[in-house]
Ligand binder design. Structure first.
Ligand SMILES: [Zn+2]
Length: 173
């Protein structure tokens, strides 16, 4: 089954996601499996719920590329970050063929919940830290292509028409 992603410039990607409540219902549990499948199918290292049409504060990640270590982060909050940051190019499954030059912290500490609702606080470095910051942006309706020379520029795509795709109607059928 081919999983279609919500793509730029769909206005849905600009929505701020909402907190997930616990215990997870069956629909949300299935959604996490669906997100993991979508991430692997599209050869991504991270994917947020908004990218498959759900306005929920959660994302999946697997930076190993072995497709064996998917992690899920629910209601994540960055609680600490390094002084040092690095500017590098990033791509996004929701903006194929485009790149953004984004400044990210080299190290971040993330507080999040797992599928059982258990709270964790963990520190991530380098690629994982960059990926998490990219996914955290999705939860706020931001995209890596909004950045210019490292810095976020809200106006960068202002002139671009935001269209509403028929994604949601399709996904309901
Ligand atoms: Zn993305």
């Amino acid at each position: 089954m081919y999983i279609e992603l919500v793509k730029y410039p769909d206005v849905f990607l600009r929505f701020v996601s909402k907190n997930v409540s616990f215990p997870l219902d069956d629909k949300t549990t299935r959604l996490i499996r669906f997100m993991t499948k979508a991430m692997y199918q599209h050869h991504g290292i991270g994917l947020a719920a908004i990218q498959v049409g759900y306005q929920l504060r959660m994302f999946v990640m697997d930076c190993t590329r072995s497709q064996e270590s998917p992690q899920v982060f629910i209601n994540p909050v960055i609680v600490k970050n390094s002084e040092q940051s690095l500017t590098d190019f990033e791509g996004c499954l929701s903006a194929p063929g485009k790149r953004g030059e984004v400044k990210r912290y080299l190290r971040i500490t993330l507080k999040y919940q797992d599928k059982e609702g258990e709270e964790h606080t963990k520190t991530f470095y380098n690629l994982e830290a960059r990926c998490i910051q990219h996914e955290m942006d999705h939860l706020e309706g931001k995209l890596c292509i909004d950045y210019e020379k490292g810095n976020y520029s809200r106006d960068r795509h202002k002139s671009q028409t935001m269209v509403e795709s028929d994604f949601r109607t399709k996904s309901d059928t």
